[in-house]
Design a binder for this molecule. Structure first.
Ligand code: B12
Ligand code: SF4
Length: 502
C-alpha cells in the first residue's frame, strides 16, 4: 500500500484549498501499485497504525509542517514502512529528513517524473538516499487525480498553470527552487482538470501559480529595444498562450470563480486585465509588500509602485473586475512606527477586498534567510537546545515567531503594531463597507463570513503568539469553516464535457 500524507499539527475537518501535490503524486503512481491512500492532515490526523510493514509512505513538507512530517516519518519507519520525503523543505534540507524524519529516501525538486522510479526502487528494497527530481518541463507535469478527492471537504480546487517566476524577491524562495524560467502548461491539460473539478461540484478554483503574469509589457519592450528577436518571439508565444488559456476559461460555466497570484505590473496591461475579467478570474493575490520606495528596495521589488501611484495601480485591478488580496510585509529595515498606519491607509484607499499583513520572516532558501543566518549563527538564541536558525524544529507550542532583527523596533513592537493593523482592517464595520463589492445581500454576508474566517485562520499561521488567542482563533476557524464550505459548493455538473456543453 502507498500512503501519501500531507502533515499538519492542526485539523479543521474542512480544508480551504486542495493540497495539489497529493493528487499529482497519486497521478504519477503507476496503476500496478493500486489506489494510493491519501491523507490530508488539515482535515484529520493520519493514523500511523494503518501502516503495515512493507508499505511505502510519501510525506510532502514545507517549512511550517516539517516537524509534524518528521514525527509521522519516524513512526512509519518504526512500523517497517519505506519512508520517502519530498516538497520544498525536503528539497532544501534533505539531510534533516534522514536525521530526524526516519527517511529512507528524499526526493528533491519536482516529483512528477521521478516518482515511479522511486516506487520501483522501494519495492525492490534498493532505495537511493537522494533523488534529483529537478525542474520538470511543463509538458511533463502530471495532472492531478481528482477522482480521489474526499467528497464535500474542500472549498477550492487547485490547478497549476505555470511554475517558476522571473523575479527575484529577497523574501521568496520560489525563483530559486522553481527557477526563473516560467514553465507554462498546455492550455488543454489545464482546462481538462478544471472541467473535472467543475463536474465534481467545484465552482471555485485557485490557479496555484507562483506568478500568473510571467511576461510583462516591460519585458517585451526591453527585448524589442535590445533587438533580441529570439527572446521576443519566446515572450510573445508565452503571452499569447496566456490569452488562449483565458479565452478558454471564459467559455466555462458562468458560475465559476478563479483566484490567482500576480505581480502588480499586470495593472499596466489593460488587455490582460480585461481577459482576466472575461475568464472569471475574480481575485488575485498581489504582492504589494511595501508602500514606500525604501521598503521596496529592501525586498528587491523595485518593479512595484509606492505612494499614490500604488493606490492607482491597485485600483486598476478593481476597476477591471479583479478583486485584490493585498499582501503587505512589516518589519522591513526602512519601516518606522508611522509605516503601519500609512500601510493600512493605502490598503483602504486602494480598495483591496482582502489583505494580509505578514512580518518579515526568514524562510529557508531565501536571500533574507541566508543573510539572517550568517548574522546570528555564532551565538543564536536557543529554545530547548535548538538554535532559532532552525526554528521549524522547535515543538509548535514553544516555537517562537522568528523575525529578521530591525534597526529601530523590537519584534514585540512590530508584532503589536501589525496586530493592530489586522484588527483595524478586519473590524466588522470596515468589512461591511468593503462587502459592497459583491452583487447581492447573500453575497455580502458570505463576504463577511469569509473575511472573518480568513482573519481567524491567520491568527495561527500568522502573527499571534499568545496561545489563548491562537486557541480561540482555531476554535472559531473550525466553527466557521463548515458553513463557509457550503457557500463555495456548486451543483455538481457530471455531464460537463466539452466546452460546447456549457
Ligand atoms: C498555492 C500555494 C498556497 C495556497 C494553497 C496551499 C495548499 N493547500 O495547497 C495557500 C494560499 C493556502 C498557501 C498558504 C501558505 N503558503 Co503557500 N504556496 C502555494 C504555491 C504558490 C503553490 C503550491 C502548489 O500547489 N504547487 C503545486 C504542487 C504540485 O507542487 P509542490 O507542492 O511543490 O509539489 C511538487 C514537489 O514539491 C514534489 N513533492 C511535494 N511533496 C512531495 C512528497 C513526496 C513524497 C515526493 C516524492 C515529492 C513531493 O512533487 C510535487 C509535484 O512535482 C507555493 C509555491 C510553490 N511553487 O510551491 C507556495 C509556497 C509553498 N507557500 C509558501 C508559504 C510560506 C505559505 C504560507 C506560510 C504563507 C503565509 N505566510 O501564510 C501559507 C502556509 C499555509 C499552510 N499552513 O500550509 C512557501 C513555502 C516556503 C517554505 N520554505 O516552506 C511557498 C514555496 C511560496 C514562497 N513564496 O516561497 N500557499
Ligand atoms: S514574491 Fe512573487 S514576484 Fe517575487 S519572486 Fe516570489 S513569486 Fe516571484
Amino acid at each position: 500500500m502507498i500512503h501519501l500524507v500531507n502533515p499538519s499539527h492542526l485539523s479543521f475537518g474542512v480544508g480551504v484549498i486542495t493540497p495539489r501535490w497529493l493528487f499529482v503524486l497519486a497521478g504519477a503512481t503507476p496503476p500496478v501499485y493500486g489506489r494510493p491512500h491519501i491523507v490530508d492532515e488539515t482535515l484529520e490526523q493520519f493514523n500511523v497504525d494503518d501502516v503495515q510493514a512493507g508499505d511505502i509512505v510519501g510525506i510532502g513538507i514545507h517549512t511550517g509542517n516539517a516537524l509534524r512530517g518528521y514525527e509521522i516519518g519516524t513512526r512509519a519507519n518504526a512500523r517497517g514502512a519505506r519512508v520517502v520525503f519530498g516538497g520544498i523543505h525536503a528539497t532544501l534540507f534533505p539531510d534533516e529528513a534522514h536525521k530526524l524524519g526516519g527517511a529512507h529516501a528524499v526526493v528533491r525538486g519536482d516529483g512528477d517524473v521521478i516518482w515511479p522510479l522511486v516506487l520501483e526502487h522501494a519495492t525492490r528494497g534498493a532505495l537511493q538516499r537522494t533523488y534529483e527530481g529537478g525542474r520538470v518541463d511543463a509538458d511533463r507535469f502530471v495532472p492531478a487525480r481528482w477522482e480521489l478527492l474526499p467528497e464535500g471537504r474542500y472549498m477550492w480546487g487547485s490547478v497549476q498553470t505555470v511554475r517558476g517566476c522571473p523575479k527575484h524577491c529577497s523574501f521568496c524562495s520560489v525563483w530559486r527552487t522553481d527557477g526563473q524560467k516560467p514553465r507554462q502548461r498546455a492550455v488543454d491539460t489545464v482546462v481538462a482538470e478544471i472541467i473535472e473539478l467543475r463536474r465534481r461540484g467545484f465552482r471555485f478554483v485557485a490557479l496555484a501559480d507562483d506568478n500568473f503574469y510571467p511576461v510583462t509589457l516591460a519585458d517585451l519592450a526591453m527585448a524589442e529595444r535590445q533587438r533580441n528577436q529570439a527572446r521576443l518571439e519566446q515572450l510573445r508565444a508565452l503571452r499569447s498562450e496566456r490569452f488562449e488559456l483565458m479565452a478558454r476559461l471564459a467559455e466555462l460555466p458562468s458560475d465559476m470563480v478563479f483566484f490567482t497570484q500576480i505581480t502588480m505590473e499586470a495593472a499596466e496591461d489593460e488587455a490582460f486585465l480585461d481577459a482576466m475579467r472575461a475568464a472569471k478570474i475574480k481575485g488575485a493575490l498581489v504582492g504589494v509588500e511595501a508602500v514606500t520606495p525604501e521598503g521596496l528596495k529592501d525586498v528587491y521589488k523595485n518593479f512595484n509602485d509606492a505612494g499614490e501611484a500604488l493606490v492607482q495601480r491597485l485600483r486598476k485591478f478593481r476597476d477591471h473586475g479583479v478583486h485584490v488580496l493585498g499582501s503587505f510585509i512589516f518589519g522591513l529595515p526602512s519601516d518606522r512606527p508611522a509605516t503601519f498606519a500609512a500601510t493600512a491607509d493605502v490598503a483602504e484607499r486602494a480598495g483591496v477586498a482582502f489583505a494580509q499583513f505578514v512580518m518579515l520572516t526568514p524562510y529557508p532558501g531565501t536571500v533574507d534567510f541566508e543573510a539572517w543566518e550568517k548574522r546570528i549563527e555564532v551565538d543564536a538564541a536557543q529554545v530547548g537546545g535548538i538554535p532559532i536558525t532552525r526554528h521549524w524544529l522547535i515543538p509548535q507550542a514553544q516555537r517562537p515567531k522568528v523575525y529578521v532583527p530591525h534597526p529601530v523596533m523590537t519584534p514585540d513592537e512590530i508584532r503589536a503594531r501589525t496586530q493592530a493593523v489586522w484588527d483595524r482592517f478586519y473590524s466588522l464595520r470596515r468589512i461591511w463597507v468593503r462587502s459592497r463589492c459583491t452583487p447581492t445581500l447573500r453575497a455580502r454576508l458570505a463576504f463577511v463570513l469569509i473575511s472573518k474566517l480568513y482573519r481567524q485562520m491567520y491568527a495561527n499561521t500568522g502573527i499571534a503568539t499568545d496561545s489563548a488567542r491562537v486557541n480561540r482563533a482555531n476554535r472559531w476557524a473550525r466553527l466557521i469553516a463548515r458553513p463557509c464550505r457550503r457557500l463555495f459548493a456548486g451543483r455538481p455538473f457530471p455531464a460537463l464535457g466539452t466546452v460546447s456543453d456549457t
